[in-house]
Design a binder for this molecule. Sequence first.
Ligand code: ARG
Length: 458
Amino acid sequence: MSKLWGGRFRQGLDESAKLMSYSLDVDCQLAGYDLLVNRAHARALMVKGVLTEDEFGKIEACLADLDQGFDTDLDAFLGDDEDIHSCVERLVTERLGDLGKKMHTGKSRNDQVVTDVRLFCKDACDAIEGQLLALMESLYQMAVTHINVPFPGFTHMQTAQPVLFSHHLLAYFEMLKRDVGRIHHAFEEADVCPLGSAALAGNNYGLDRYLIAGELGFSQITQNSMDAVADRDFMLELLFANSVIMTHLSRLSEELILWSSPIVNFIAIGDNFTTGSSIMPQKKNPDIAELTRGKAGRVLGALTALQHIIKGLPLTYNRDLQEDKVLLFDSVETVLISLECMAKMLPTITLNRQVIDDQIKTGYSLATELADYLVKKGVPFREAHDITGNVVLDAIDQKLGLEKLSLDYLRSIDARFEADVFESLTVDAAISAKDLVGGTATRQVQSQLDRIKETFKW
Ligand code: ARG
């Protein structure tokens, strides 16, 4: 079949221009959606009498046939086509002759491609939500397993206050819960049908756009044909949601990398999610976490790249927009595999409890408890902070933990210290004192776990 737009040209495309512009190797991922879109459009043409019932029946059967064929071996169907839309039209025309040439009546690749892509985005959102939930469940289970394990909490990478390890894990749960919300939003933005907008102005056939949208499973239709073919905001929304997901995964990865380093040695990641070195036999590298951190860069880049592509475009469709798909597909694929790996890697992690306990102690993470103790004795907090600061300084000089200091010494610093001070200077006391909603006390973390179980039925 001649090129879709061959009529007006005397010369074919230069090879280099072809290489630059043909997109089939990328947009063949839309093949299944393109068949659906063609069918919905053809049905609308039939309803308006542009195609007979018999003609529509033939087109529908041919598209169904191709769908089966694509499922078995898509590559076998791809030819020297500019893009997936030209490919499908060629295949139908090869099979149905002139009837195939009627299929594109009242339709443009401009509304077709954006309809295909919106369908892709909706499925991608469902898949990403599924993987987000899998990771959330993994975090939840890990938090249940380690509900009572104390862990050093950090600010500025300095030991700050003891927390429950489960509390730390559930912090990521919260992030992912918000990610699910962003993915839902991206789904809603994609769930609007642009078909019927044709090249930019709408078409001449008065097609029933609600019928088309209904068949394709869209809940709304676009309201302006020019916006419809030029808009990629919905894609930005998904790329943004993906970039936030990867930002979260990257932070978690960074912690896993740090914690599993021999310098810190809090955790060991399972063999099935680490790799060895070709030269250094002792190495156990956290490659999967590192790759997740690295891939975050790519996913963040996709958002920026698409926004740059769009920002200079006059209305309506410009070929620049073809560059959207390689970014979209890569972003979605990367997010899916990263979420899956993280969900499966977490359960392989074991904790080095002794090292963790030692770190909580050596880091003077109970200093705030000492200040809070004085507050209970009526000392204004700022003064209590000062007094405690002096105590910590002495303890560092003497290389002693706070709980190892003598009562006589403490009373020499401030007479308001009494024997019960040592009750506050335990990790357990520090943790259970944070007993308010959102705090790290076991009671609070447990009720957070209960709420999660109730909501997600895990
Ligand atoms: N391959 C094109 C894309 O992905 C399809 C639309 C082409 N439209 C056109 N007028 N050349 O954007």
